[in-house]
Ligand binder design. Structure first.
Ligand code: SF4
Length: 442
């Protein structure tokens, strides 16, 4: 069923995160956008903006929150101010930005009354012109914009974070502290922060989510009920997913879309980016998708940490196990349909080698397609490039395996193939490694 044929979905709240891919004028070492090739930047055309708006308009909700987030700095994307202006006519807008643009731009596109939050961060390069940054924040606040400054702490910033936070609070700026998240070479943050930094954060931080990251390395909320996929959604490229951590694909901006009919137990294997299930959101907040205006404090936090520890044993861990087993069974059922025939496999966004172990039980894998030139056969399996396959498609069954993160590229590849009379079998929402592999290496 295409969205244009549907009746509106009724919800009390509709909360949408648009994850854009943008260039950036900063070079933060922890940034998840580093290395995004130019051809993957989001193109905000009249058509793509119309698709976002059609999704928003297909929901009937008294409160709509649209969060514009990005890998990179969204204000550098051509078309961003048109998008923000259109969103502002439909509800409240949250924008995550480094605020490096002239403020008139935002004041013209996005009125303060339609702004849910301007979420900005104290990046290393922001500190080089801290005075100007703080003046901008104060001007926005005095013009009625809700602003929150996310102060990220790593080992090098530990010494001066306290002064910065104190100063911002003194001049009336809402700010919150959280650990740097991301990678730097072999180091994974926040886990590999120094002990002093961890101690500082654990003693002072008022945010639940980064606290949990420090305490629970493999954070997951599996099995806890959540509105993601029912009233909260994330759009990446043209894929519509429940949340940033979910492997599920609910549909496409330009095609079918099936939201959940009620809040569902969380089915994500991990929860390392910007989420908390609804059970926690009432009392606490998180970096990106939470409500930064909720009052929080260390006293309230202690109760939540305890509650989470209880739920982890009683609900999350057993649910994780069940989910792994279920996914493995589904996967085996799907593959059993291959009937031990010869197949070619095209992987997107996942490492094919652990998947091959499972595939070989159900089919004879002749060729694996790779995003590079032809390679010699490995373990009896021929390796061909996507380009060569497209130009010389054989009549064997093609199996397309993709994570939701790469689903857009996988779909574009399938659409570019010449007709061979045999439609490819596509799985667009697989985990980056198969459940069996995860279980063995947990
Ligand atoms: S990972 Fe978080 S937001 Fe996503 S479904 Fe689970 S609890 Fe909800």
């Amino acid at each position: 069923m295409k969205r244009r044929d549907c009746l509106k979905h009724r919800r009390d709240v509709f909360d949408l995160t648009l994850m854009l891919r943008a260039p950036c004028n900063y070079q933060c070492y922890y940034c998840c956008a580093r290395g995004v090739p130019k051809n993957r930047f989001t193109r905000l055309t009249r058509e793509s903006i119309a698709q976002y708006l059609a999704l928003i308009d297909s929901f009937d909700a008294p409160l709509k929150i649209m969060r514009v987030n990005s890998y990179g700095e969204p204000s550098l994307l051509p078309g961003i101010w048109d998008l923000l202006g259109a969103l502002a006519t439909r509800g409240f807008v949250m924008l995550a930005t480094n605020l490096s643009f002239p403020l008139e731009k935002i004041m013209q596109a996005l009125p303060a009354a339609s702004t849910w939050l301007l979420l900005t961060s104290l990046h290393p390069e922001t500190e080089e012109h801290l005075g100007e940054f703080l003046r901008k924040c104060q001007l926005l606040v005095s013009s009625g914009y809700p602003v929150a400054v996310h102060t990220m702490v790593d080992d090098t910033k530990l010494a001066h974070t306290e002064q910065q936070v104190e100063y911002m609070r003194r001049v009336g700026l809402d700010c919150f502290v959280s650990p740097v998240q991301g990678r730097d070479g072999d180091r994974r943050f926040p886990y590999d922060l120094g002990e002093d930094t961890k101690l500082y954060l654990q003693e002072r931080i008022d945010e639940l989510h980064p606290q949990l990251l420090l305490r629970h390395r493999n954070l997951a909320f599996t099995g806890l009920r959540c509105g993601a996929g029912y009233s909260r959604f994330v759009v990446r490229d043209s894929c519509i997913c429940p949340c940033m951590n979910s492997d599920r694909l609910l549909g496409w901006l330009d095609g079918e879309f099936r939201p959940f009919s009620e809040p569902m137990p969380c089915a994500a294997f991990h929860a390392e980016s910007q989420c908390l299930p609804d059970e926690f959101l009432v009392r606490s907040r998180c970096y990106c998708m939470g409500d930064h205006r909720l009052p929080v404090g260390r006293g309230a936090l202690a109760v939540d940490i305890e509650r989470f520890a209880e739920l982890k044993d009683a609900v999350v861990n057993p649910s994780l196990e069940r989910l792994r087993q279920m996914r493995l069974n589904d996967w085996n059922d799907q593959l059993a349909g291959l009937g031990r025939t010869a197949i070619d496999v095209a992987p997107f966004g996942l490492s094919i080698w652990p998947y091959l172990e499972l595939l070989k039980r159900h089919a004879k894998v002749e060729t694996v397609l790779l995003d590079r030139e032809e390679r010699p056969a490995l373990d009896g399996i021929h390796q061909a490039s996507f380009k060569a396959y497209r130009e010389n498609r054989n009549p064997r069954q093609l199996l397309v395996l993709s994570t939701v993160h790469a689903a857009e590229q996988a779909r574009a590849f399938v659409q570019s193939l010449p007709d061979s009379g045999l439609a490819p079998l596509c799985c667009f929402d697989l985990p980056a490694s198969p459940p069996e592999w995860n279980a063995r290496h947990a």
